[in-house]
Design a binder for this molecule. Structure first.
Ligand SMILES: Nc1nc2c(ncn2[C@@H]2O[C@H](COP(=O)(O)OP(=O)(O)O)[C@@H](O)[C@H]2O)c(=O)[nH]1
Ligand SMILES: [Mg+2]
Length: 267
């Protein structure tokens, strides 16, 4: 792979039927400074062969890693980011293989990071609103709202959508550290990475200032059939949240227990 400004990791677990080869090729042809790193997460279908074939077509833009067995999205993304960072791009991120968020959005994420050097990351945000084409299944939308509210209170930041599978970060020491060790959580590592960021930066008083992230409302987002998430995963996600809360000592930031900073008293 040549020197690339942006490397996007695409985790793939049994994605043979959903991978849109033409969309990936069209994107890298239009954006020569964007590379895609596929991570085959121990798929048992033809995903690996398909990814290898895509990589052969544009070796400068595509590469892939294969995990020996299925490790879950969190580890697949993490291993991909660690590998991508070795090539010293300016930005690294991850994108769901089903392209629920279109690849056309990548340049908008890049532009936000270019324009605002204080930002460490940009996260896609699925807000259903007039003038946007965001169609989520109602059940997942409402469960998602409950989930996001719990996460907001837990982290002490007004985040709307931690779970969108489209995120881009400014590569550097901090991101290397955040992705350096396996996540505790299999289901909500997106929350855990924000927890790592906040607990690495904040003294506990202002988690929002400590999280230099931008949520970018997506103009278009489509539920693509074939999701591997099942209802019981929501319960597992809540258990994971509890572990994250305890392990990163988030009670320091949680909205319910947050106190205003003690005012300095002049002697
Ligand atoms: N569910 C699941 N997704 C994985 C796994 N490993 C990698 N992924 C990838 O994670 C992304 C999101 O998966 P998807 O099933 O569409 O989840 P959803 O969009 O949240 O319903 C896709 O790119 C998957 O291929 C895994 O073990 N389980
Ligand atoms: Mg999906």
């Amino acid at each position: 792979m040549k020197q690339l400004k942006t490397i996007v990791v695409v985790p793939c677990f049994n994605e043979e039927k959903r991978l849109d080869k033409a969309a990936f090729l069209a994107h890298v042809d239009a954006h020569r400074d964007v590379g895609i790193l596929f991570v085959d997460d121990g798929s048992s279908d033809g995903t690996r062969t398909m990814i290898a074939a895509i990589c052969e077509e544009r070796p400068d833009s595509f590469s892939y890693l294969s995990l020996d067995r299925n490790r879950g999205k969190a580890e697949a993304v993490r291993v991909g980011i660690v590998d991508a960072l070795k090539r010293e791009p300016q930005y690294v991120g991850y994108w769901d293989a089903d392209l629920s968020t279109r690849l056309d959005e990548v340049p908008n994420f890049v532009a936000a990071l270019d324009e605002r050097p204080e930002l460490l990351g940009v996260m896609g945000c699925r807000i259903r609103r007039l003038g946007a084409d965001v169609d989520r299944q109602p059940k997942r939308h409402y469960l998602g709202r409950v989930f996001a509210t719990i996460v907001s209170m837990m982290l002490g930041i007004g985040v709307y959508d931690t779970q969108c599978g489209a995120k881009l970060f400014r590569a550097g020491r901090e991101i290397r550290e955040i992705f350096g060790a396996p996540f505790l959580s299999k289901w909500v590592f997106d929350v855990e990475l924000i927890a790592r960021l906040i607990s690495g930066r904040s003294d506990g008083n202002d988690p929002e200032k400590a999280a230099p992230l931008l949520e970018l409302p997506l103009p278009e987002w489509h539920d693509v059939e074939g999701s591997k998430l099942r209802p019981h995963h929501m319960l597992l996600a809540l258990v994971d949240l509890f572990h994250i809360y305890r392990s990163y000592r988030l009670s320091r930031y949680a909205m319910l227990s947050r106190r205003s900073p003690t005012p300095e008293v002049d002697p």
